[in-house]
Unconditional design. Structure first.
Length: 257
């Protein structure tokens, strides 16, 4: 069970907090070690994408975990982290968000936060680094992604205090991580995630995974965090990877938003 007297390591600049946390995990860092940087020069997103991380514009945070539960449940760490972010943003900035499977936290249908969980082999066993990037101001991303990204400042009209957001995040992360480790933790996290996500069920979506495209309606979360999608011919598919977009019903057809 995670002990949250969190040790927070702060850096002015790092290539990536995930990389630093992984390095520390290999050196034997305990569960709960947090790495925070004011800027990242090589911030990483899912699918090898860049996470633009200019100084002071976002919260760039990573935490080392050494989960003792079975590895089949590890994908739920991403869902659990998204629930923690949801609660932290509500508590610290009064920002209401939505969660898009598997790892995006949205405000007004635009991306406010991304989560990247990576496994790392260490002498103490396989560990997980969960990285969280929250856009605090619109300087956190380039103008060309203005249409798809947002920040807490854009939503509330004021730049939040990073320390307040960080404290709320560590508190909610610790709580939901503990929940995940209880006997019915998987079911609780799936339920909590589903309550906060408009994508969990009944949403018309397109899933792109490389060249594979699937369209249908979301039908809930499997026990390991995968998304069930009912195709338009009634078949249930289980999705473990991919990028989701929302399909908006128009009179003639479905348009991608
Ligand atoms: C995504 O949506 O693609 C995930 C983005 C994750 C970004 C965070 S910022 C802190 C941590 N360090 C990284 O290099 N990436 C994660």
């Amino acid at each position: 069970m995670i002990k949250f007297t969190p040790q927070i390591l702060r850096f002015d600049s790092l290539p990536s907090t995930n990389l630093e946390a992984a390095r520390r995990a290999i050196d034997g860092a305990p569960e709960g070690l947090c790495v925070v940087a004011s800027e990242q020069t090589a911030g990483r997103g899912r699918l090898e994408r860049e996470w633009v991380s200019p100084k002071g514009a976002g919260l760039y945070f990573s935490i080392v975990l050494r989960p003792s539960f079975e590895q089949s449940a590890w994908p739920l760490l991403t869902l659990m982290a998204a629930v923690a972010v949801y609660e932290a943003l509500l508590d610290s900035c009064a920002v209401q968000t939505d969660i898009k499977w598997p790892n995006d936290v949205l405000a007004n249908d635009k991306k406010l936060c991304g989560i990247l969980a990576e496994t790392v082999e260490t002498p103490l066993g396989r560990a997980v680094v969960v990285g969280i990037g929250i856009n605090l101001t619109n300087h956190a991303f380039r103008n060309e992604i203005d249409k798809v990204a947002t920040s807490t400042e854009a939503v509330t009209g004021q730049k939040p205090d990073l320390e307040v957001v960080l404290k709320a995040l560590i508190g909610s992360f610790a709580m939901y991580y503990q929940t995940l480790q209880t006997s019915d933790g998987r079911e609780v996290i799936i339920r909590e995630w589903s309550r906060r996500s408009s994508y969990a069920s009944g949403k018309r979506i397109r899933v792109a995974n490389g060249d594979e495209i699937l369209e249908g309606t979301s039908r809930g979360i499997e026990r390991d965090g995968a998304l069930r999608v009912e195709t338009f011919d009634g078949e249930i598919k289980v999705i473990r990877a991919g990028d989701l977009t929302c399909l908006r019903a128009s009179r003639r057809s479905l348009a991608v938003e």
